[in-house]
Design a binder for this molecule. Structure first.
Ligand SMILES: *Cc1c(COP(=O)(O)O)cnc(C)c1O
Length: 371
């Protein structure tokens, strides 16, 4: 028998008949895309669940991020301060929209942008800050907001990982000028592919126009827009998944706690959880200090793979080390480099069995010996 393969994620799927109920609605409506009834219903559900002033849905998170940048009308060619410790989408969005990504170092305690190191990167060409709530760990939103106010900068959060995260009982998505969520199949809550921007109502018309080729009505094209609309099948998946969100997060929490209890090992560093934050347990990153643990991250990654366990080196390489952005990398990124070389995210999804969690931890504890 082939050994079971354990991947870093397994997409959540709702019961098929529940998805089919929505498919029947699509067949009845004969509307497949362009702000259809399911799209609008899903948007309402999301807006009230986040308690947001307004939201806009997109076909994916990346194009949502590009539309966010276009909607803010920032001076072209200027600089945006961001983190290199992220999925490359963040940096590509800045660059594709004609801005220069300026990389800021991260903190060692939760891997988010170091808010104390942002100010020295601000100059007369800086127009915005694009931090990432990486792994769903919230950035220091209040300090970043104060900096943005002081220098008149926009703040766009790449909140791709942060669906369901709250700080002091308030959704993390309500901070900054705009926050972007990804509903990609590998994310904790998904619409197959999909994305959302959370923003003030004054941006609503502009974002709706931008995602539909810049067309406002049959006579008027007002923006240099793109096609980034969420279709009805995506909205149907979102609606079908929504009732399971709390259970998904609860099971992820349980798995995270089991990992934490089993992985009390010298040389394996876990992120310390804070009391005022409601986490979504989107990822389980471990940091390997090879001097104390005995073997390197890459060696552990290979050992796990030999055992059919496919962890991921999220986020390695740094986007500042991508060939296309290397020329931008002039700042001190020591923490980001240190973390990118040592981080490993372990498998985590609601369907994971307790035996598999134990098995993974045993391999990590034994460093692959006595297999
Ligand atoms: C997934 C992800 C994106 C892009 O979202 P898509 O929906 O896949 O386009 C952007 N930023 C980060 C940090 C991500 O993890």
């Amino acid at each position: 028998m082939e050994k079971e393969k354990i991947f870093v994620v397994q997409p959540f799927l709702p019961p098929l008949e529940e998805y089919e109920t929505y498919l029947k609605e699509i067949w009845n409506n004969k509307i497949l895309t362009n702000q259809g009834p399911l799209h609008n219903k899903f948007a309402e559900v999301l807006k009230s669940s986040i308690n947001a002033e307004d939201i806009t849905l997109f076909c994916n998170g990346h194009l949502a991020l590009e539309c966010a940048l276009k909607a803010l009308d920032l001076k072209s060619g200027c600089e945006i301060i961001t983190t290199p410790f992220t999925f490359v989408s963040t940096t590509h969005a800045i660059s594709n929209c004609g801005y220069k990504p300026v990389f800021c170092d991260i903190k060692l305690d939760d891997y988010t942008i170091d808010e104390e190191k942002i100010e020295c990167l601000i100059n007369e060409n800086t127009v915005a800050i694009m931090p990432v709530h990486v792994y769903g760990y919230p950035c220091e939103v209040k300090k970043i907001n104060a900096l943005a106010k002081k220098y008149n900068l926009k703040v766009i959060y790449d909140a791709a990982h942060a669906f369901g995260v709250k700080v002091d009982n308030e959704s993390i998505l309500n901070y900054g000028d705009i926050s972007m969520i990804s509903f990609h199949a590998t994310k904790l809550f998904h619409t197959i592919e999909g994305g959302m921007l959370v923003h003030n109502s004054d941006l609503k018309n502009k974002l709706d126009t931008l995602k539909n080729f810049g067309i406002v009505d049959k006579d008027d094209i007002v923006e240099q827009g793109i096609n980034a609309k969420m279709n009805e099948f995506q909205a149907a998946m979102g609606l079908a998944n929504m009732p399971y969100l709390n259970n998904i997060i609860a099971r992820r929490k349980e798995i995270t706690e089991k990992y934490r209890a089993l992985l009390k090992i010298d040389g394996i560093k876990l992120v310390h959880e804070k009391n005022n934050i409601q986490y979504n347990y989107a990822y389980f990153p471990i940091l390997i200090d090879e001097k104390k643990y005995g073997i390197t991250r890459d060696e552990l990654y290979d050992i796990l793979m030999k055992n059919n366990i496919f962890s991921r080196k999220y986020f390695y390489p740094l986007t500042s080390d991508a060939v296309c952005y290397k020329k931008n990398d002039k700042n001190n990124l020591n923490n980001a480099k240190y973390v990118a070389d040592r981080i490993l995210t372990l498998p985590l999804y609601p369907n994971m069995s307790d035996e598999n969690i134990k098995k993974i931890c045993e391999i990590i504890i034994n460093r692959g010996e006595n297999e």
